[in-house]
Structures are given as C-alpha cells and as structure tokens.
Write a protein that binds this ligand. Sequence first.
Ligand code: F6R
Length: 366
Amino acid sequence: EKGGFDHFMLKEIYEQPRSIRDCMRGRIYPEKGLVQLGGIKEFAGKLKNIDRIVIIACGTSWHAGLVGEYLIEEYARVPVEVEYASEFRYRNPIITEKDLVIAISQSGETADTMAAIELAKEKGATIFGICNVVGASIPRTTHAGVYTHAGPEIGVASTKAFTAQVTVLTLMAFYIAQQRGTITESKLIEQLTELNEIPELVEQALKLNDHIKEIAWRFKDSTNCLFLGRGSSFPVALEGALKLKEISYIHAEGYPAAEMKHGPIALIDDEMPVVFIATKDSSYGKVVSNIQEVKARKGHVIAIVTEGDTEVKSMADYVIEIPQTGEAFVPLLATIPLQLLAYHIAVMRGCNVDQPRNLAKSVTVE
Ligand code: F6R
C-alpha cells in the first residue's frame, strides 16, 4: 500500500505531480483562457457582487488560505481575510450576505471549521468549501464547493492535500477574476499555460531529493530552525516550519522575512539554520538583503532559489534550485523541497513520520 516507499508521507509527496494534475483536470482550458468550476457554477453571478472574502481553516489548510489571499487579491481584486476557524467562531465576527466565506479542510471533519461555517451561514454569507474527502461533513454543509481530488492522505502531516488546496485556490482566483472582469483573456491564457506545466515542474523538483537528504544530514541535530519568505512565500515558510516541527519535533518558526529584525534575529548564532525562500520574483532583492543580515550573524542559510541563480548561491551555505515559473505558482514548487527536508530530518532522528506523537489526522473535537 506504500507503493514501494518507506512511509505514506514520502509516497504522498511523490504523488504530487499526479494529484495536482487531477485537481486541474477538466477545470482549465489554457488555449481558450477559460477556467470552469462546476461545483460553484451556480454562484458565478453572485461573485460579481461580493464585497469581501473570508477564508476559514486550521493548520496547514490555513496556510493554503494565506496563499489564496495573495492570489485572489492580486487577480480578482476582492479584499480577503484569512482566519483561524477557532478564533473566528468565538469572536462575534462581522459577516453579512455580501460576504463569501471559503472554508478549507482536507478531512472535511474539523470541528472548529465546521462550527465557523455554521456561524457564517446563520449570518447569511455564501459558503464555499474546499475539501479533499468526498461526502464528509463540511462539503455537506456548505452551499457549494470544489473538491481537491488529491486522493486519500494517510500521513498525518499534510503534503499532497496542501498543494491541491493551493491549486484549487489558484483556480478560484482566476475563476473569480474571470467573473468580475479583472483579468484579460490574454493574461489568463498566459497564466493557465504556465499553471498547466506545474505538474512536470513538480516532477523535476522531486529530483532534488538526494541533494535535500545531504542537507538534512547536516542539520538533523539542530534544536531550532527559522523559515523565512516574503509575499506568497511567507505562508510557504509557515508551512515548511509546521512540517518540520510536527514530524521531527525540532522547534521551528516561520516568519515574513522582513519581520526578522523585529525579534527573531536575536536567535541567530553560528548554530542556527535559516531556510529562505529566495526565488526570482518581485521580492527577490529584499530577500537577498535579509540573507546578508543572517550571514553577518553567522547563521547557516539554506536557500530555495530559482534554477540558475548566482547571487544567493554566493552567499548561502546550501542552495536548492527549483524550476523557473510564474510568480503566482512559486508556492506550489517551493513547498516540495520543504516537505522533503522535514521528512528526511524526521527519519534520520528516528521519528514516526506517518504518525507523529500527540497528533490526529482529523481533529473532530475543539
Ligand atoms: C498539518 C496538519 C494539520 C491540519 C489541520 C486541519 O500537517 O495536517 O495542521 O491541516 O488539522 O485539518 P483539515 O484540513 O482536515 O481541516
């Protein structure tokens, strides 16, 4: 059942070219510049009139929501807020009929997310779900939704479900943009053509496995680790930190790179690994300066860079080169090496990667 892999987690990491492809199948038509989402089609007209989108989720699904915030605001030009379901439900949130709530849940059974949906529903919002498990409680409660089609996820640490959630949010951003007329047909053709190539690029990123294993060996005995990124790579940093802490029990934190100087920089010494997402996009120059700040304090820098990068390579202790893609799709590629890094470190530390201590696959109690 593990298909020749040592753990479900590794199998699921390697399934991502397929799961991302399955998630896009029948939904994008790059040559026509068209996105079709049958599950929310009925609400296409309503999308023209919404004032705001509120995304609710927990854990990894909340990180996917943060990536979605960048994409939806960028392309559909609708304000987006991303909330922890557990906080949202207990603070008398301001929600009206003009709001669209998007609930994200792999299992479709998370108690806090379920309760947050019920509350938003009572207040008259339209609720969309993004779920993986077909027919679970959440997709049965929402008004409409889009399944991620990642297939069963057995490893407790979410991997392929996360990239599928990000893929659905990317599709939703383009779909909403299409309905609201905030994206041109030529731009959509260009973006969808690039998105369509992501499964092959994920396949290439998986070839970095042996190199990542060497890096893992070097840092397996660390007690702390920082993950830094800017823009939509900030939630990727949060997700990288969560993967490492939950399966290897190394204390890890994700931060927006620029926030480092407001506190976490005090942690940096010659023992501290700092993982940067430093791909060639609009925040590249700023991230380069943040890397210099870490090197000046003798931190160990592991940088995820775009293939062919030379500038970061000259500063970082280790670089992981991922294929070039459009800025919108970097989260889908940059996540892969972080999953592999967490996996190898956890295995080297003798941890039970598929079933980390104290964690359950679906959290049906609050
Ligand atoms: C982390 C992880 C958890 C879940 C969270 C929400 O790897 O799996 O943080 O993401 O418990 O679960 P769902 O998405 O099922 O609502």
